[in-house]
Design a protein around this ligand. Structure first.
Ligand SMILES: *Cc1c(COP(=O)(O)O)cnc(C)c1O
Length: 428
């Protein structure tokens, strides 16, 4: 390593927070200088095959000519302008597309900065909906354990209280209702008893409940669990029966990751409110969106105070809107479903033998997501280093070693990822 990169790294170590890290005892970070296709190029010249899509986001890989072009064209016109009192084609065209491709009743779009904020917006919308309908007492949320919805306060209040690592904030977080997560995995035969706990919570408390919020079909950072679509359609039915809204957090699952464009499609349901983020811009820029049905948006707008009480500075950022629009068009004009199904088939095949390993408690694959759940937690720094030494970028946490590669990955690169997973799990 050169003196220059040495000094950059030591500055980083001393002064810069990384996600979920310590400032005294930071985990190692790898300096990266560029990325293209599915390859990340480290400062020391090594290339890593990306198995993470930068946390579900970079579905088309990196440095994509069409996405680059979309940003460059927009940059020449304007990079940002306030959204209060002004509007522009990038936001309009993106919103049209989102309304077009999401379940048909979703009809209005709130563009915001990040996934966590789109969850805050969804929660506020649900509460404001009931307020405006003359039910200010309906303010609580129901969610399912093992969920993850973001790091801001409202979002934290619905993250799994154990795996969510938010324990020390519990006294200032609103207290929500937590239902047992469904036991039926995605491919299991359905057992309606899975709905008993959430049903009884809603039956007993619906007069104080604004909404159920959940990650449809795949729970991401809270445990990488994949559950039966029957559970999701069951929750939709209960919500309707007891006057409770349904918020689907599709921030991780949206844009094809599960093999359907949205995970809600697997249960053929429409949520009242849907959160999108992560892959929305193809991983290029931070942006998220909260969509609602016309019934929700109209009710919010009818009552006091007559407006929805939220409006971020960078709302509808034109660069982000342009690249999001280009990314969605690229996706829907491609044979993305074939690609995701091919990834699923290959992951199932190449991770299958791990199920026999004494170190592994479960192997789960759905769409472009492959998970090995181990019996013991991994040592993050140690296992990260091993993957890097095998030319692969993965970021295991807890007892989970998992991959969700860019859809454009070719079979030999994907094999390199699965080989590394197989080998390194056996080694640890
Ligand atoms: C990542 C994620 C979020 C939070 O998004 P940020 O952009 O990190 O704020 C919320 N919900 C789900 C399901 C996520 O996967």
């Amino acid at each position: 390593m050169t003196d220059h990169s040495e000094s950059l790294l030591s500055f980083d170590k001393k002064h810069i927070w990384h996600p979920y890290t310590s400032m005294i005892n930071p985990l190692p970070v790898y300096p990266i200088i560029s990325a293209s296709g599915v390859r990340l190029r480290l400062a020391d010249g090594r290339e890593l095959i990306d198995g993470m899509s930068s946390w579900w986001a970079a579905i088309h890989g990196y440095n994509h000519p069409i996405l680059n072009e979309a940003i460059q064209q927009q940059l020449k016109k304007m990079s940002h302008v306030m959204f209060g009192g002004l509007t522009h084609e990038p936001a309009i065209e993106l919103s049209k597309l989102l309304i077009d491709i999401t379940p048909s009743l979703l009809d209005t779009v709130f563009l915001c900065d990040s996934g966590s904020i789109s969850v805050e917006v969804a929660i506020k919308m649900a509460i404001q909906y009931w307020f405006s309908k003359g039910h200010p007492e309906k303010q609580k949320l129901v969610t399912i354990r093992s969920g993850y919805h973001g790091d801001s306060f409202g979002a934290m209040s619905v993250c799994d209280p154990v795996t969510g690592m938010h324990e020390m904030f519990c006294h200032i977080l609103p207290q929500q209702f937590f239902a047992e997560p469904p036991k039926c995995a995605y491919h299991d035969p359905w057992n309606p008893d899975d709905l008993n706990h959430i049903t009884s919570i809603i039956e007993q408390n619906h007069s104080s409940i604004a909404a159920v919020i959940l990650e449809p079909i795949v729970q991401g950072a809270g445990g990488m669990r994949m559950y039966s679509p029957k559970y999701l359609s069951g929750v939709r039915t209960i919500c309707d029966a007891y006057n409770v809204l349904l918020i689907a957090d599709e921030i991780a699952t949206g844009f094809g990751r599960t093999g359907d464009l949205f995970a809600c499609n697997k249960a053929d349901i429409t949520p009242d409110i849907m959160c999108l983020g992560k892959a929305l811009t193809g991983g290029y820029m931070t942006m998220a969106a909260t969509l609602t049905t016309r019934a929700v948006s109209d009710q919010i707008s009818k009552g006091r105070p007559g407006v929805f009480m939220h409006g971020p500075t960078f709302m509808g950022n034109p660069l982000a809107c342009s690249v999001a629009r280009a990314s969605i068009q690229l996706l829907i004009n491609s044979s993305w479903q074939d690609k995701v199904m091919a990834i699923e088939t290959q992951l199932k095949h190449e991770l299958a033998s791990l199920a026999e390993s004494p170190k592994v408690s479960d192997i789960r694959v759905l769409g472009g997501i492959g998970v090995a759940e181990l019996k013991e937690p991994v040592n993050m720094a140690d296992i990260q280093q091993k993957f890097v030494d095998h030319g692969v970028w993965l970021r295991p946490f807890g007892r989970l070693v998992y991959t969700m590669p860019p859809y454009i990955i070719d079979p030999s690169d994907l094999s390199q990822i699965t080989n590394a997973i197989n080998k390194i799990i056996e080694m640890t």
